[in-house]
Design a protein around this ligand. Structure first.
Ligand SMILES: C[S@@+](CC[C@H](N)C(=O)[O-])C[C@H]1O[C@@H](n2cnc3c(N)ncnc32)[C@H](O)[C@@H]1O
Length: 285
């Protein structure tokens, strides 16, 4: 297996790992109130040895018992805090190095699809510093509104203060799923780039996509999301936590097709330790 992030890497435990597991189980059993609290309110960067041990235990248990809601709470805690606030600083180079350099084929495919649909709105989930949203908006002069939805409040404030975006581009601090259910409109190009849907559990993605396909005609979704190198979509429909972050490797083909979409473009992009799936899906007629 290469270094590309996979499901299998989670299962390799050496003797040190086994020892840590025993310690984590012991601490969790002897601190039941704290364990219950951390299950309901997980923290991504625990400060004390006790919390570190309990969090490691809860993560292992959540993988075993498929407790996707636990991971979703953990990811939301990470991204709405300091982790999310500094992401742009470290990763904005991906706009040039990955989006513009490696996703040309996908952007061309998207242009063909949108020229058929002629979207009036763009919504980007997890837009971070807004570079992709601004780029796509400028390519679509007929678009009336462009909204970047971001769970990190500091990032949204920075974007709102920047003054560098196309005049149609606006930013809102919200959870992507909730925003969609409250505000989604027909004739929209929905975007998630560089890994955003990977932080939503499958049940919520099903709800989002069913809502779009039932209520928002003439819609297109452009998603570029990491998947585990060993997630064989022909064999496994289920979502599996993977990699260092324990985000979800979803079966995006099944996700879209089982929720009323046609997948009209699908491609893999490799960079660093990531394998990304680029998907364009339109609502079935
Ligand atoms: C891996 S980063 C990708 C950022 C950007 N799309 C890019 O390509 O560089 C994930 C982004 O999604 C945001 N995010 C995570 N969960 C979210 C949620 N539930 N609702 C809205 N944004 C979310 C994070 O704050 C972060 O900006």
């Amino acid at each position: 297996m290469s270094d590309t992030l996979s499901i299998a890497t989670l299962q390799n435990t050496d003797w040190k790992g086994t020892l840590k597991q025993h310690f984590g189980n012991f601490v969790a059993v002897t601190s039941p109130a704290r364990s219950r609290f951390l299950f309901a309110n997980p923290i991504s960067q625990p400060a004390t040895l006790r919390d570190k041990a309990i969090m490691a235990h809860l993560k292992r248990r959540a993988i075993k018992l498929d407790q996707q809601d636990f991971f979703e709470r953990l990811h939301a805690e990470f991204w709405s805090g300091e982790g999310g606030a500094v992401f742009a600083e470290n990763c904005d180079h991906r706009f040039e190095d990955v989006f513009l350099a490696k996703q040309k084929v996908d952007i061309e495919a998207l242009k063909k699809v949108w020229s058929g649909i002629q979207p009036e709105h763009i919504v980007e989930f997890g837009c971070c510093s807004g570079l992709v949203l601004d780029y796509l908006t400028r390519k679509l002069p007929e678009v009336k509104t462009a909204v970047g939805i971001e769970i990190n409040a500091d990032q949204v404030k920075r974007n709102q203060a920047a003054g560098t975006f196309d005049a149609r581009v606006k930013f809102e601090h919200a959870d992507g799923a909730q925003w969609l259910l409250d505000n989604g409109q027909p004739k929209t190009l929905f975007v998630s780039n560089g890994g955003v849907l990977e932080y939503f559990r499958r049940e919520r993605l099903d709800e989002m996509l069913r809502y779009i396909s039932s209520n928002l005609p003439q819609t297109v979704v452009f998603a570029v999301e990491p998947v585990a190198a060993d997630h064989d979509w022909a064999q496994l429909k289920e979502s599996v936590p993977f990699g260092d972050e324990l985000s979800f490797s979803h079966n995006y083909r099944d996700l879209f097709e089982s929720n009323g979409f046609d997948v009209v473009h699908e491609r893999r992009i490799e960079f660093d330790r990531w394998r990304m799936a680029a998907i364009i899906a339109t609502v079935k007629h």
